[in-house]
Design a protein around this ligand. Structure first.
Ligand code: OGA
Ligand code: MN
Length: 297
C-alpha cells in the first residue's frame, strides 16, 4: 500500500505531451501524457518544471486507478493521511474523498472542502507541498475550483506593506472554522480528542519563500489563519482582513471548470484555492491525494 513508487521509470520511453499555459495568471494544461504509463526521468523533470512555472497543472483525460493516482503523487513526496479518516477511500487511506454525495443518508466524503480560501494543511507544522484532485463524478453545472497566485499577491503589495508584514508570523488553526462549518453541515463529524490532538494550531510566516524557486508568497488564509502573533486582536483582525481581500483579487485567479477524468495538481506553496460550490441536488465526487511539504520559512 505504501511501497515506494517504482524506480523502473528511469528507462521508460518518452511520451509526447504538450504543456499549454492558460490565458490566466496561473495554470497550464498538460495534453497527451498518460499517467497510467511509466514516465521517464526526462518527462518527469518537464512536469516538475511546468508545475513550478505554472503552479497548477491540469492533466486531461486521465483514466487512472486510485493506486496510479497515489503512485504518481508519491513521486513528489510522502502523502498526508487526512485527519477525517471517515472519508478515506476504502483500502487507500492516502485518498480523501471530496464529495457532496450521501449514500443511505451518510456522506461518502468531505462535502464542504474548500468553502473558504485556503492552502491545504497550513494548520500543521509541515503544510502540504501540493494536492492532486481527480474527477470521478461531475455536476452538469457548478463545481468549479478557483486558484489564486500568492506570489503575484505578494509582489503587488506596496513596499511599505511588504516591509511591515515580512517579519510577521501568524497562527493557523484547523479548529478555527470547524464548529461554524459543523453548524452549517451537521454531517461533519464531531472530532474525537485524538483528532483534536492531531491538529493543534501551527505558527507560520505571513510571507513564505518557495523552497524550490526562492519566490516569496503571501501565506495567510480566510479558512485557517486566526491571528497575527504579537499584535493586539483588533490590529491583527484589520491587517488580516486587508490581506485576505488583496490575496484573491481577480487578476491573480484561474478558475477551473472540471472536465471528465481531469487530474489537477496544484502547488500549495504558491497558491490558495476555493471551491466555487455545487448545487445541492447535483452530485460531485473527486479523489484527493495530498503531498507533505517542508516547514515554511
Ligand atoms: C480540496 C479542496 C476544492 C474543490 O480538496 O482540497 O479544497 O473544488 N477542494 O473541491
Ligand atoms: Mn483544499
Amino acid at each position: 500500500m505504501t511501497a515506494p513508487p517504482s524506480s523502473s521509470d528511469a528507462n521508460a520511453p518518452a511520451q509526447h505531451f504538450e504543456v499549454r499555459p492558460f490565458a490566466a495568471p496561473v495554470g497550464a494544461e498538460v495534453i497527451g501524457l498518460d499517467i497510467s504509463k511509466p514516465i521517464s526521468t526526462e518527462d518527469f523533470a518537464r512536469i516538475h518544471k511546468a508545475h513550478l512555472d505554472h503552479h497548477v497543472l491540469v492533466f486531461r483525460c486521465q483514466q487512472i486507478t486510485p493506486q496510479e493516482h497515489i503512485d504518481f503523487s508519491r513521486r513528489f513526496g510522502p502523502l498526508e493521511i487526512h485527519v477525517l479518516h471517515q472519508f478515506q477511500l476504502k483500502d487507500h487511506p492516502e485518498i480523501l474523498i471530496v464529495s457532496n454525495i450521501k449514500e443511505n443518508g451518510e456522506p461518502i466524503g468531505l462535502g464542504d472542502a474548500g468553502v473558504y480560501w485556503h492552502s491545504d494543511i497550513s494548520y500543521k507544522p509541515k503544510p502540504s507541498l501540493g494536492s492532486l484532485l481527480h474527477a470521478q463524478e461531475l455536476p452538469s453545472e457548478g463545481g468549479d475550483t478557483l486558484f489564486a497566485d500568492q506570489h503575484l499577491a505578494w509582489e503587488s503589495l506596496s513596499p511599505e506593506l511588504q516591509q511591515r508584514i515580512l517579519p510577521l508570523k501568524a497562527e493557523h488553526s484547523y479548529l478555527a472554522k470547524y464548529e461554524e462549518l459543523r453548524a452549517k453541515n451537521p454531517w461533519r463529524p464531531k472530532l474525537s480528542q485524538a483528532q483534536i490532538d492531531q491538529v493543534a494550531p501551527a505558527v507560520q510566516p505571513v510571507v513564505r519563500t518557495h523552497p524550490e524557486t526562492g519566490r516569496k508568497a503571501l501565506f495567510v488564509s480566510e479558512h485557517f489563519t486566526t491571528r497575527i502573533v504579537g499584535l493586539p486582536q483588533d490590529e491583527s483582525d484589520a491587517l488580516l482582513a486587508q490581506l485576505f481581500a488583496h490575496s484573491v483579487k481577480p487578476e491573480f485567479v484561474y478558475r477551473h471548470t472540471w472536465a471528465p477524468h481531469d487530474l489537477v495538481f496544484w502547488d500549495n506553496r504558491s497558491l490558495m484555492h476555493l471551491a466555487a460550490g455545487t448545487p445541492d441536488h447535483l452530485r460531485r465526487r473527486l479523489n484527493r491525494t495530498t503531498i507533505v511539504g517542508d516547514t515554511p520559512f
